[in-house]
Design a protein around this ligand. Structure first.
Ligand SMILES: C[S@@+](CC[C@H](N)C(=O)[O-])C[C@H]1O[C@@H](n2cnc3c(N)ncnc32)[C@H](O)[C@@H]1O
Length: 379
């Protein structure tokens, strides 16, 4: 052993466990990921079948028979599902089994469980990503080909339910925070929207944010742009349901984002890192904006390096996995795509790219979000 190796070894924590224990622990660590994946599938079913909703609505914890009756399913299946969920500490379990008593188990939700699992109006509602779990995992079938030829799959490869999953992922937080917190973080913006301006929400998905802005600011005209036909179909349906006339949805490949410096506000919510040509999009946003316009960039919080992301982001493994199956795949869905991926747009990279696209001012906004960062960018 040379001096450098000795020094490294001196600083390594001494693992006193036997080789057998280390092997068992490592196997446990690996299988805990499979436990997470399978339980995530069960969470998808709990959402889809209304099991969480039924538990939330019940005045008291439910037996599996009561729960099965409430959702119109077979008790034996519901009992096994509930056992998985209770074992994973996602739903609560009460048992009265004493000596000689027949075991009776009742299942319920904590207040936090009701918020995250059963309350679409709560900002912490989390079922969107689980909604699209089957579509996201189905991408695995295509992955060997993508790994070999380099080309990924766009959002429409996840089908219409993929678009609904995205919608359900982002809308709860946006509904609670976009109008009262995010837009006022840019000085004068809410007043300008009230007076009436032109807005382009690029990568608008199912149109939730665009419709929110159009409803709140009836004198403004809001245009949503997306390349996903499933998302645009949802957006048109939601526009009709909301009965708002000042919002319009476009596929930018047919109706391009204006390039005549006529737009006052561009918003991009969680989509630049998904794009095959984010640098080209930033140049297009610059060409769309008036000289005194503003771009609200919302994208996933990321550090500058992979090592920092891995060591400092506690959900980095989830993020990098979703990147392979969804975000980076979308960003590589055309040959030569940039492939930024879920954690690929750190603040400094966003600033560098924005400046290269011609923007002169870049300011992080003080908006608290568990996953996203917010920036005010001006020409
Ligand atoms: C993660 S989703 C976010 C959707 C929406 N902004 C939201 O918050 O719900 C990313 C969206 O970007 C769209 N997208 C990807 N590349 C695009 C492009 N070049 N132009 C417009 N939209 C694009 C995808 O189709 C997808 O709907």
């Amino acid at each position: 052993m040379n001096a450098a190796e000795q020094k490294t070894r001196d600083h390594e924590p001494q693992d006193q466990r036997s080789a057998e224990d280390r092997l068992a622990l490592f196997s446990f660590q690996v299988f805990s990921k499979l436990e997470g994946a399978v339980t995530a599938g069960m969470i998808h079913l709990g959402d889809l079948l209304g099991l969480y909703r039924a538990l939330a609505d019940a005045p008291h914890p439910m037996s599996s028979a009561e729960l099965a009756l409430a959702v119109g399913c077979q008790e034996r299946w519901v009992r096994e599902w509930a056992a998985n969920q209770a074992a994973a500490r996602i739903i609560t379990m009460e048992t009265n089994a004493g000596d000689g008593d027949a075991e009776e188990i009742r299942f319920g939700l904590t207040a936090e469980g009701r918020a995250v699992l059963a309350s679409p109006d709560h900002p912490a509602f989390g079922m969107g990503m689980f909604h699209r779990l089957p579509q996201t995992m189905r991408a695995l079938e295509h992955m060997p080909e993508s790994f070999r030829n380099g080309v990924g799959l766009d959002y429409d490869s996840h089908g219409p339910e993929g678009a609904v999953g995205i919608e359900r992922s982002f809308e709860p937080w946006n509904n609670a925070n976009l109008i009262p917190t995010v837009l006022p973080a840019i000085e004068g913006l809410a007043d300008a929207l009230r007076a009436g301006i032109t807005v382009a929400d690029i990568g608008c998905g199912a149109g939730g944010a665009a419709i929110l802005m159009a409803k709140e600011f009836p004198l403004s005209e809001v245009h949503g742009y997306d390349i996903s036909r499933y998302a645009l179909d949802r957006a048109e349906q939601k526009k009709a349901d909301a009965e708002v006339a000042n919002v319009h949805f476009h596929d930018p490949r047919r109706q391009a984002v204006p390039s005549d410096h006529s737009v006052d506000l561009v918003t991009t919510f969680d989509c630049i890192h998904d794009m095959t040509d984010p640098a080209g999009m930033m140049a297009a946003i610059h060409a769309a904006l008036k000289p005194d316009g503003v771009w609200l960039l919302v994208d996933i919080k990321a550090h500058d390096t992979v090592a920092e992301n891995i060591t400092r982001n506690p959900v980095a493994s989830l993020m990098y996995g979703i990147s392979v199956l969804s975000c980076m795949s979308s960003a590589l869905s055309e040959p030569g795509g940039a492939g930024l991926g879920t954690l690929g747009l750190s603040a400094s990279r966003a600033e560098e790219m924005a400046k290269a696209a011609g923007f002169r001012s870049f300011r992080p906004l003080d908006v608290q979000h568990s996953v996203n960062a917010f920036y005010e960018i001006r020409p």
